[in-house]
Write a protein that binds this ligand. Structure first.
Ligand SMILES: [Zn+2]
Length: 163
């Protein structure tokens, strides 16, 4: 039996088809940061983080200023938005491809150029191959790939920093 799932949901595929591809698009908006106080999207600018209106002051922040100077008539001065990275804003999408002709399964994860992705695959060597017949072989991204999806920096065996 062959089972695929996406975020815990089972996905059925037709094994009579030659190839099956499941694509998971990132449905989140393009916002990389949100304010942790008011929740509005904020954007990194040379002058700091601002909302869609170009405002850096956050309505939900604590007022700032010198309490000895402030009085009822003084304008309330708000603190800045507090930028927080939006979870999964870094991923463009992910895909699983099963290829019966190649006897392989490939997982792709795109984090940089949306036209590409890191790919991880496992396939079985054909039974009539001169060597390693019937064995499984795994391919993973590595430092010597000619067209890397994104630069990799080794952290320790099996782990890379991306970019
Ligand atoms: Zn805010």
């Amino acid at each position: 039996m062959f089972v695929l799932s996406a975020n815990g949901d089972m996905i059925s595929i037709d094994h009579d088809d030659a190839d099956s591809v499941i694509n998971l698009e990132n449905a989140a908006d393009d916002t990389e940061f949100r304010c942790s106080a008011c929740g509005t999207p904020v954007y990194d600018t040379p002058g700091g983080y601002v909302d869609e209106c170009g405002e850096w002051a956050c309505e939900d922040s604590e007022p700032v200023g010198d309490p000895d100077v402030d009085d009822a008539a003084a304008e309330v001065v708000r603190g800045p938005h507090r930028p927080q990275r939006v979870p999964l804003a870094w991923v463009n999408g992910a895909a699983i491809r099963t290829e019966p002709e190649q006897d392989s399964v490939t997982v792709s994860i795109s984090v940089g150029d949306p036209r590409g992705a890191f790919t991880f695959s496992v396939r079985r060597v054909p039974d009539d191959a001169p060597a390693n017949a019937g064995r499984l072989v795994m391919h993973v991204p590595h430092l010597d790939e000619p067209l890397q999806h994104a630069p990799l920096i080794p952290a320790h065996p099996g782990t890379y920093w991306v970019g």
